[in-house]
Design a protein around this ligand. Structure first.
Ligand SMILES: [Zn+2]
Ligand SMILES: [Zn+2]
Length: 277
């Protein structure tokens, strides 16, 4: 074994240090103008959690609150952190047209765009609302819902406006399971993501939802690794105290699955980062 190869081997049991959180919502679920008062607690919490690199990815329907000058000021005030300007673009039938336009107009100021599917065939309710969204699965063919969901994920990947897909198997959120027949569709979706040269995230948010699992599942992560699709690490924090939530469990998972690097983004340029002990 070359010295380079041996350096890649992690001793078992040693925790990997995760240093980036690329899915955060400073505004929560309403428009709140970016100010130092809103953003500085996120920098403080990031530092406390041992994070060096965070991306703000508020929902596109709240894009009116995002202020790039305030992000610049925050960067100046916190030179020890890398703070990325981002957004989570979804398939909201009401708001996403305006969101896409905003992303196009501000592409050069953004470091990172997440793509998400939160809506199925109901325009008035995100299927991932807990617990209300579970009603969209009642009495329905779960395989058909999964197929519909993954088609929508591909549509989002095809927009050309995203760097990374968020919570790739969010459709499992309420604990509904597809049959094995949907596996080929998942594989096709990953092939599509690979062809588009996009990343996917490892999101601890699933651990605080009814399904109580990482997004995505081990089998999807393993398929993605075979296809050399890169990963970001993410909490989907809606409060600064959730930054890096459950990252020690995520670190264990990453070790178990032998993931050797995760990626960060700067002005949409993906930079692989080897994971350190
Ligand atoms: Zn989301
Ligand atoms: Zn989110």
């Amino acid at each position: 074994m070359s010295s380079e190869a041996s350096a890649m081997v992690q001793p078992s049991g040693a925790p990997l240090h995760l240093f980036s959180d690329y899915h955060t919502h400073p505004q929560g679920h309403r428009v709140q103008k970016y100010t130092q008062g809103l953003l500085q607690p996120w920098a403080d919490s990031a530092r406390k959690a041992g994070l060096k690199d965070i991306a703000f990815t508020d929902h596109d329907r709240y894009h009116a609150g995002i202020d790039f000058d305030e992000i610049d000021r925050l960067r100046e005030r916190n030179p020890d952190l890398r703070i990325r300007a981002g957004i989570e673009l979804d398939n909201d039938p009401v708001h996403s047209a305006a969101g896409r336009k905003w992303v196009e107009q501000n592409w050069d100021k953004l470091d990172f765009v997440l793509g998400s599917v939160h809506f199925l065939d109901r325009a008035d309710q995100m299927f991932d609302s807990v617990p209300d969204g579970a009603v969209q699965f009642e009495g329905r063919n779960i395989d058909a819902i999964y197929a519909d969901y993954f088609r929508r994920v591909r549509d989002m990947a095809a927009t050309g406006l995203v760097d990374c897909l968020a919570h790739l198997d969010l459709i499992k959120i309420h604990g509904h399971r597809s049959s094995a027949e949907v596996a080929s569709l998942v594989n096709e979706t990953l092939e599509f993501i690979q062809a588009r040269n996009l990343a996917i995230e490892l999101s601890t948010a699933g651990w605080r939802k009814p399904v109580n699992e990482l997004y995505p599942s081990n089998s999807i992560i393993e398929l993605a690794m075979e296809k050399e699709i890169p990963f970001t690490t993410a909490s989907d924090a809606h409060s600064h105290v959730q930054l890096g939530e459950n990252f020690s469990s995520l670190s264990d998972k990453i070790s178990d699955l032998s993931i050797r690097e995760i990626c960060i983004f700067e002005k949409h340029r993906r930079v692989p980062q080897p994971l350190q002990l």
